[in-house]
Design a binder for this molecule. Structure first.
Ligand SMILES: Cc1ncc(COP(=O)(O)O)c(C=O)c1O
Length: 391
């Protein structure tokens, strides 16, 4: 008997990240590897209060199925925020709630990709999303990212070849921490607008600019060509699994149907808790606290890097988010640094898996997860490993 998986199952890429989560969970390990938010910034008290309120006010409603596209008061709250903070007007009907934003990538792949279709992705790009798209076996075209944003020539070539999608993270990119400049945003809008290629604007870290939001949203520039995906994972709780996508009106029906077919709906209880939480805490002030928390953490990390790392390696200074991008000398393989750090019980994330080409000499470092003490200890290990390998 021959057992056979579908083409979709066979083509779904492996993710290096999940393996690292397991390694990082071993006793005594310090992790700069994963993308977990800072535990100390969860507002557990306000969340418990919101849960109690939700359960005392309408317990059956909170435990029941809801409309597939999500809890309407929360969708209205997100739509209001889109108008006031993200720079574009949208009705709640075009805001679709999902179980984390990861689901959006699968739904978008399902809606737009057939086997072999051209799809542009940032190089480096967010591995989790690329893994989701890989199930639809597109022909990935890497668009190099530098400190300013994407290589517009490469993007233009991919769109010229009929790219169906461009998946992008204009603010505080995972993995590199880069945010697009105004020129880059304008360039992307000019290439994508009216081309037939749909832009996926992943805004997972958009609210975590240390001094507020940076740059205009692509959705405000080319609304009809853009799907904006958002998430409460980095701002409230990843475990609650609540994300959303804002789609152009022409996509609304197909997106709603795909969502329903995939999972009926996202978690009713958690959507209601988040809605209540946002009302209770004054969400804008809450985000300011979070931003200050991550800005402080980043500074602790930067200071430790300055103190411990040799000048044979280099890194950037992000304006928001949770990641710093480290470069080892040209021609070296940062996998060696990963292995050497592991011997000292420090887990870092090699940058190579985030690339469709190149990137062997890069490492992604997360400063949100470790405590200040772990940052100091871990950086000493990283510094010693760098000096050993790149003296
Ligand atoms: C850039 C980016 N987008 C999307 C996600 C998925 O997040 P979630 O499914 O928890 O909303 C992540 C998770 O780390 C991410 O880093």
């Amino acid at each position: 008997m021959e057992r056979r998986f579908s083409r979709s199952a066979e083509s779904t890429m492996d993710s290096f990240i999940m393996g690292l989560v397991e390694v990082a969970a071993r006793p005594g390990m310090i992790s700069f590897a994963t993308g977990l938010p800072d535990n100390t910034l969860f507002d557990t008290q306000a969340l418990v209060r919101a849960m109690e309120e939700v359960m005392s006010e309408d317990p059956c409603g909170a435990l029941q199925y809801d409309t597939p596209t999500g809890y309407i008061p929360l969708r209205k709250r997100i739509a209001e925020r889109c108008g006031r903070v993200l720079g574009f007007d949208v009705g709640y009907e075009d805001v679709l709630m999902t179980s984390g934003s990861q689901v959006c990538f699968d739904l978008i792949g399902k809606m737009f990709l057939d086997h072999g279709d051209v799809m542009a992705v940032e190089n480096p790009g967010y591995l989790g999303a690329i893994q989701a798209y890989s199930a639809y076996s597109p022909d990935f075209r890497g668009v190099d990212i530098d400190g300013e944003g994407p290589d517009l020539g490469q993007l233009s070539a991919a769109v010229g070849d009929g790219a169906r999608l461009f998946y992008s993270i204009p603010n505080h990119q995972n993995p590199s921490g880069v945010s697009y400049s105004e020129d880059a945003r304008r360039g992307v809008a000019e290439i994508i607008g009216g081309s037939g290629c749909v832009l996926v604007e992943d805004d997972a870290y958009g609210e975590l600019g240390y001094h507020g939001r940076v740059g205009r949203t692509m959705k405000s520039m080319i609304p009809d060509d853009t799907i904006l995906t958002g998430s409460f994972s980095k701002t409230i709780s990843p475990g609650m699994r609540v994300g959303w996508m804002v789609v152009p009106e022409w996509m609304r029906k197909k997106a709603g149907r795909s969502l329903e077919a995939c999972c009926l709906q996202s978690n009713t209880f958690c959507q209601r808790v988040i809605d209540r939480f946002m009302a209770d805490v004054d969400y804008d002030s809450y985000l300011d606290v979070l931003r200050r928390g991550y800005a402080r953490k980043k500074q602790v990390f930067m200071d430790a890097m300055e103190d411990c790392l040799p000048d044979t390696v280099s890194w950037n200074d992000p304006e928001g988010g949770m990641f710093v991008w480290l470069r080892t000398p040209e021609g070296t393989d940062a996998m060696r640094l990963y292995e050497r750090a592991l011997e000292g019980k420090l887990v870092v994330m090699p940058g190579h898996p985030f690339h469709v080409r190149g990137g062997a000499n890069t490492i992604r470092l997360n400063f949100a997860t470790p405590s200040d003490e772990q940052i100091a200890d871990g950086m000493r290990v990283l510094g010693a490993a760098c000096r050993d390998l790149y003296s």
